[in-house]
Write a protein of this length. Structure first.
Length: 167
């Protein structure tokens, strides 16, 4: 699936409603702050594992942790940690916007591009590519929203019906 087609199909499943009365901006900012509190540790771990970067914040882990082998493929570990940290960086930018600071488009593009790189690493590990994942995702969304997006269908999903796409 070409990216332009994916974006058009994805747009079909985007709702136009926004329920601002359900969650205050301050609640969202508090949640973003929680992510920001944890994200540096995850990022430091990623940088230590994959870039060999020494970080004093990790000294405690060396002292209390028993040495053990990682039970997952290192590309999978790198990809998932990277996707998380890039998403956290996007959340941080959003937090600035929510408090009134205008963030330049280039900063979002920079973090989104980094996220794409980590997704590419994940897809390589899974033996797939952007096109296949895009096609599977759109097929799942077509099962979820046969005609168009609806809040009712978004909340009350038939995951068994959707997951058939991935088997």
């Amino acid at each position: 699936m070409q990216t332009i087609n994916y974006m058009a199909d994805a747009d079909r499943t985007t709702g136009g409603d926004f329920y601002a009365d359900m969650v205050s901006a301050n609640t969202l900012l508090d949640a973003i702050a929680g992510v920001q509190a944890v994200s540096p540790a995850i990022d430091n771990i990623k940088k230590a594992l994959f870039y060999g970067k020494v970080n004093d914040d990790l000294e405690f882990a060396k002292k209390v942790a028993e040495p053990r082998d990682y039970a997952v493929d290192v590309d999978l570990l790198h990809a998932v940690l990277g996707i998380y940290t890039e998403a956290a960086e996007l959340l941080e930018l959003l937090g600035y916007e929510l408090t009134g600071e205008k963030i330049d488009r280039s900063k979002y593009l920079n973090e989104a591009g980094d996220g794409l790189w980590y997704n590419a690493l994940l897809f390589k590990h899974l033996g797939t590519n952007f096109e296949e994942v895009g096609e599977l995702n759109i097929a799942k969304l077509r099962k979820r929203f046969p005609v168009k997006f609806s809040s009712e269908l978004a909340v009350n999903r038939d995951e068994a019906k959707e997951n058939v796409v991935f088997s």
